[in-house]
Design a protein around this ligand. Structure first.
Ligand SMILES: C[S@@+](CC[C@H](N)C(=O)[O-])C[C@H]1O[C@@H](n2cnc3c(N)ncnc32)[C@H](O)[C@@H]1O
Length: 368
C-alpha cells in the first residue's frame, strides 16, 4: 500500500487554507479543560448511544498488518485463503463455520493449557487463592509487581497482542476469529470507556481463554497493566491516539513502548492531516492546531507522518513503515467525493538496546 493518490500543489494549498479558516475560532479554555477532564465520560456516552453499531469491523487488519500474527500462522493463513478462493462459500453457513472455529480453539486451549488453570481476567489466579489485581498499589511498577506473580491473564501464551482503545471490539473480533485457531496466542484489549469494555466482554465471541478486556486509561502513567512490561509482541493503535490530547501523546507512546518485547511491533493507523473529516469542521470546533471537538464531546487530531515518526522514534522505536494513505472516496448516493487521508505506520522495538541517543528528531529527514 502507498499513496494511492497524489494531491496537486493547488489542492494542498486549498486544504491548508480551509483548515486555517476553521481553526480561527477556538473552543473556550474552561470548556477545553472540561473535555480533557471528562474525556472518558464522553466516550462512555458515545457507546451508550451507538452500542457496537458505529464503527465497521476492521476486516482489513490482516491485509495491512499481517504482523499481528506470528510468522508461521501468517503463512498458514495465506494458504487457507488461497484454498478458500477455490471453495464456493455458502454465506448462510458462515456463522456456524465461525462458531466451529471458536470451539476448536477452545478445545485446543483446554487440552494444552490445562483447562481449569486458565487465567481469569483481572485476577492473579492459582489453585489456592484468587486475588484481584486491583489490590496492587497504584503507582507501583506493574512489571516488577506482576513479574513476580505466578500467573497473569495470558501468562501461558507465547505470542501476545494488546489493542489499545478497543472500543466496542471492531478490531478485537476479527482478530479473535483468527487467534482462536492459533495456539499459544493471547489478545489483551483495553479502553477507558467502561461501557465499551462491557460490550466486548458480553459479545458471544468473547472468551477469557484467549482474550482479556480491561478498563484502562492509557494517559494515566501510574495505572498498572494486568501484565508485566516487555511481554507484548504486538501493540495495535487504530484510530485511538488521535482522540488523546496532543500534549499527552508522547507520554502514552513512551509507556506503551515499555510493554513491547525487544523486536515487538507497534502498528498504527489514524487520521492524516487535511483529511475530509478535518476540513469539514465548522468554526468554533478547534481546540488547538489540528485538534478538534466533535458535536458529541469526543476529540480528534490529524497527524502528519513526520509527527508520527518523531513520536515513535522518541520512544526508542524504529521505523518499519510510515506512509500517507490518500484515497478518493465517492458516495454515489449523496453524490459527494471525499479526499481521505490516513497515516499508517509500523515501528519496532530494537532487539538490542542501542547506546546511542534516538535519531535527531527536531530536523526531520525530508526524504522520508
Ligand atoms: C475512534 S475509537 C476507535 C475504536 C477502535 N480502536 C476501532 O478501531 O474501532 C477511539 C477509542 O479510544 C478510546 N480511548 C480514548 N482515549 C483513551 C484513553 N486515554 N485510554 C484508553 N482508551 C481511550 C475511546 O474510548 C474509544 O473507544
Amino acid at each position: 500500500m502507498g499513496d494511492h493518490m497524489q494531491w496537486s500543489q493547488e489542492e494542498e494549498e486549498n486544504a491548508k487554507e480551509r483548515a486555517a479558516e476553521n481553526s480561527r475560532v477556538k473552543v473556550q479554555r474552561e470548556d477545553q479543560e472540561r473535555y480533557e477532564r471528562e474525556a472518558s465520560k464522553y466516550w462512555n456516552e458515545f457507546y451508550k448511544t451507538h452500542k457496537n453499531n458505529f464503527f465497521k469491523d476492521r476486516n482489513w487488519l490482516f491485509l495491512e498488518f499481517p504482523e499481528i500474527l506470528p510468522e508461521k500462522r501468517r503463512e498458514e493463513l495465506k494458504t487457507e485463503q488461497r484454498s478458500l478462493e477455490h471453495t464456493e462459500i455458502n454465506t448462510t453457513n458462515s456463522f456456524s463455520h465461525k462458531n466451529e472455529m471458536f470451539e476448536a480453539g477452545e478445545k485446543y486451549w483446554k487440552k494444552n493449557c490445562g483447562g481449569g488453570s486458565t487465567a481469569v481476567q483481572g485476577y492473579e489466579y492459582n489453585k489456592t487463592q484468587a486475588k484481584p489485581l486491583t489490590d496492587n498499589a497504584r503507582g507501583k511498577n506493574s512489571g516488577e509487581e506482576l513479574g513476580r506473580l505466578e500467573s497473569f491473564p495470558g501468562s501461558d501464551a507465547t505470542y501476545r497482542i494488546l489493542e489499545v482503545g478497543c472500543g466496542a471490539g471492531n478490531s478485537v473480533f476479527p482478530i479473535l476469529k483468527v487467534l482462536c485457531n492459533t495456539p499459544g496466542t493471547f489478545l489483551y484489549c483495553c479502553d477507558f470507556a467502561s461501557g465499551a469494555v462491557e460490550l466486548v466482554k458480553s459479545h458471544s465471541s468473547y472468551n477469557s481463554a484467549w482474550c482479556s478486556a480491561f478498563v484502562h486509561d492509557v494517559c494515566d502513567d501510574a495505572l498498572p497493566y494486568p501484565f508485566p512490561d516487555e511481554i507484548l509482541d504486538v501493540i495495535l493503535l487504530v484510530f485511538v491516539l488521535s482522540t488523546i490530547h496532543p500534549d499527552r501523546m508522547q507520554g502514552v507512546v513512551n509507556r506503551l513502548a515499555k510493554l513491547l518485547k525487544p523486536g515487538g511491533m507497534l502498528l498504527f493507523r489514524d487520521y492524516g492531516r487535511y483529511d475530509t473529516a478535518q476540513l469539514r469542521f465548522k468554526k468554533g470546533h478547534c481546540l488547538s492546531e489540528n485538534f478538534y471537538l466533535r458535536g458529541d464531546g469526543t476529540r480528534v487530531y490529524f497527524f502528519t507522518k513526520d509527527e508520527v515518526w518523531n513520536m515513535f522514534n522518541l520512544a526508542g522505536l524504529t521505523e518499519v513503515q510510515n506512509l500517507v494513505d490518500r484515497r478518493l472516496q465517492v458516495n454515489r448516493k449523496k453524490k459527494v467525493k471525499m479526499q481521505r487521508v490516513w497515516i499508517q505506520s509500523k515501528f519496532q522495538k530494537p532487539l538490542l538496546l542501542s547506546l546511542n541517543k534516538p535519531e535527531e528528531t527536531t530536523e526531520r529527514n525530508p526524504c522520508r
